[in-house]
Design a protein around this ligand. Structure first.
Ligand code: ATP
Ligand code: MG
Length: 142
């Protein structure tokens, strides 16, 4: 299997709950390495652009408000099958449906305040990493 990169975001509910370290520990214990990381406060424009695919959804305004309500931890994760592995570790979008031991089961508050974002395909990962990171901010080990 190929080594991949994917974008992870620790969302404001979990940065404010001091769970950044607990979430990173789950990634590292499961074979994902951090290849880039920064704490940021997203502007409304940056958050809207990131979630543009959801523009017509009823929760779009709520989602943008939430994502700009506090700090986010932006990370590039790297590892074997990283896109799918990250999605598996995150758990279902709605924490009520997330499996035991997943990040969302452990730390999410609701379907909106659900602790983490993860790219859902290799193409999305490439686009999303480029949206938040300059080339020199991503460390290549291989
Ligand atoms: P993400 O894209 O953040 O990794 P996801 O791929 O599991 O999450 P999407 O369907 O892409 O879920 O939705 C993007 C985000 O929009 C969700 O993570 C959640 O924060 C928010 N969201 C989704 N559905 C709802 C909803 N019904 N009510 C409120 N917020 C929602
Ligand atoms: Mg998504």
């Amino acid at each position: 299997m190929a080594v991949e990169k994917t974008l992870s975001i620790v969302k404001p509910n979990s940065t404010l709950d001091n769970n950044i370290g607990n979430i990173i520990a789950i990634f590292e214990k499961n074979g994902l390495r951090i290849a880039g990381a920064k704490l940021a406060r997203l502007s409304k424009e940056k958050a809207e652009g990131f979630y543009i695919e959801h523009k017509e959804r009823p929760f779009f305004g709520e989602l943008v408000n939430f994502m700009t309500s506090g700090p986010v931890m932006l990370m590039v994760l790297e590892g074997e099958n990283a896109v799918a592995k990250n999605r598996e570790l995150m758990g279902a979008t709605n924490p009520a449906n997330a499996l035991e031991g997943t990040i969302r089961k452990l730390y999410a508050k609701s379907v909106g305040e659900n602790s983490v974002h993860g790219s859902d395909s290799a193409a999305a990962a490439e686009r999303e990493i480029a949206y938040f990171f300059e080339k020199h901010e991503v460390v290549n080990r291989f």
